[in-house]
Design a protein around this ligand. Structure first.
Ligand code: SF4
Length: 482
């Protein structure tokens, strides 16, 4: 698909901004920022609320400046920046990716997902309290290397995607037929990978190899500062994480951080101190906050940030994104910028495949219907994995809630989550689609009426708090247009 001259201009400004030095870089970065505003806010073909589009601009701008700061500090090599532009900007959003996406749309009536999350192994060298994947040393389930390979290929060939998220278990302990996760990255140099890792296995050699491959950004887990991290992950883990980060910085591998937001660290996550430390002193380029989801090992509603804490974190997220230009994505407070829930293989969204090949709508929805290995054995492909009733019903819910709506018809994306913020609807879909639980914890949760009631009450309270904000901040201008 040929680029319009306007798109060409945006890609060229970005490349010149990121790849030049000193004042020239700053000049083109500013130019690109203006282009980005125009592209996001003034050229939205979906007719989304203007305030929604503005928030998307703020988040993308935060990513741009978070990257620029670290390029300047020497923590983000130009080789990686070049490959990101090549694979993500040009490969996926333009050229071949666009053509494949258009073909998919013509065939199915809506676009393909953009990416997926694969957990190639359940094994982990740590044993963290409340792990969402209930991983540990005792687990040996893993996907065969050729299956991981095929999935990655099909994201590119069937959907035009160039981005894959790797999670776990701990991906760095994955090994099959003599191949490791780094061999997956090596085999797919035209893809870009974000890998969630505990960071403890990033040695000097690993950091160097990642720098040579230049198509990967590790995202390391912390829980706050040293005290909070060691309390959940084990004594001495924080120190190992900081040592790994120094190695990544030395070789120019941009890294991110991921944090589980709980009732216990919600205040810390609502402070400037936390973000200033990790973005300014440690040098992270991106940060992912996953508010505790009551699934996995020892699941409990008591660890979820309260609705009030969640709102406090929401205002802090907006502040660091807009004022400090730090790239932070907070699940579920950032739902506005992703046009709501991205699960169920939604157009532009994603799905999750675990170590057994079970296909789930989202990392945080531990229920499935299909298995990718069974699909492959029956002659199917990755697209068949998003065509179950479970996925179709999930997409139907997303489309009606807001994804296919425009202007003031869009539903409250401050409560985007299918399983957590809209639990009653989720249970209807799960029952109708006859889902299977991923593990014993998920099986217990499915039958636990107190658990369901607790989540439904949480949703009601959250709706009282978020509805006025959604109406006034995001929809008021839309209503005034009518
Ligand atoms: S189900 Fe919840 S966690 Fe998963 S993509 Fe949707 S909003 Fe995010």
């Amino acid at each position: 698909m040929k680029l319009t001259s306007w798109e060409e201009k945006g890609a060229s400004l970005l490349a010149r901004g990121i790849l030049s030095s000193g004042p020239v870089r700053r000049f083109f970065i500013r130019k690109f920022e203006n282009w980005l505003y125009d592209a996001t806010v003034n050229h939205d073909s979906f007719g989304r609320p203007r305030k929604v589009q503005e928030d998307k601009f703020y988040l993308l701008r935060a990513l741009l400046y978070s990257a620029e700061r670290n390029i300047q500090r020497g923590y983000f090599s130009k080789d990686v920046a070049r490959r990101m532009i090549e694979n993500l900007v040009k490969g996926a959003f333009m050229h071949s990716g666009k053509d494949i996406e258009a073909q998919f749309k013509e065939k199915y009536g809506y676009g393909p997902p953009s990416f997926l999350v694969i957990s190639p192994t359940k094994a982990c060298n740590l044993h963290c309290i409340g792990c969402y994947a209930a991983s540990g040393k005792a687990f040996h389930e893993k996907l065969p290397f050729d299956v991981v390979n095929r999935i990655v290929n099909e994201v590119k060939e069937l959907w035009g995607g160039r981005f894959i998220v790797i999670s776990g278990g701990e991906p760095m302990v994955y090994e099959d037929n003599g191949k490791t996760i780094l061999d997956v990255y090596e085999q797919h140099r035209d893809m870009f990978f974000l890998m969630f890792t505990n960071g403890t296995l990033i040695t000097e050699d690993v950091a160097k190899r990642m720098a040579d491959l230049a198509n990967i950004t590790p995202t390391i887990s912390v829980e706050g500062f040293e005290k909070e991290t060691d309390a959940r992950r084990g004594k001495g883990v924080y120190k190992k994480v900081m040592e790994a980060i120094e190695r990544l910085k030395k070789y120019g591998v941009p890294f991110g951080l991921s944090i589980t937001g709980t009732r216990l660290n919600a205040d810390l996550l609502s402070s400037d101190e936390f973000y200033d430390f990790y973005f300014e002193e440690v040098g992270t380029t991106h940060m992912w906050i996953f508010q505790y989801m009551p699934i996995g090992r020892g699941f409990t509603l008591d660890l979820m940030p309260t609705p009030e804490q969640r709102m406090k974190m929401y205002w802090q997220w907006r502040k660091v994104m807009i004022e400090k230009k730090y790239f932070v994505a907070d699940f579920w407070n950032s739902g506005v910028v992703s046009d709501g829930c991205i699960a169920y293989g939604r157009p532009g969204g994603y799905l999750y495949i675990d170590w057994n090949g079970n296909v789930m709508p989202c990392v945080f929805i531990p229920y499935y219907v299909d298995n990718i290995i069974d699909i492959y054995n029956k002659g199917g492909n990755l697209t068949d994995a998003i065509m179950s009733d479970f996925f179709k019903k999930g997409r139907e819910w997303q489309f009606n809630y807001g994804y296919m709506k425009s202007g003031d018809e869009v539903g409250n994306w401050l409560m985007p989550c299918s399983i957590r913020d809209n639990h009653r609807e989720f249970m209807r879909i799960a029952v109708e689609a006859h889902v299977k639980p991923e593990d014993e914890n998920a099986a217990i949760a499915l039958k636990d009426q107190e658990y369901h009631q607790g989540l439904i009450e949480y949703d009601e309270k959250l709706r009282e708090l978020t509805e006025p904000i959604w109406e006034e901040m995001f929809l008021e201008k839309e209503k005034a247009k009518v």
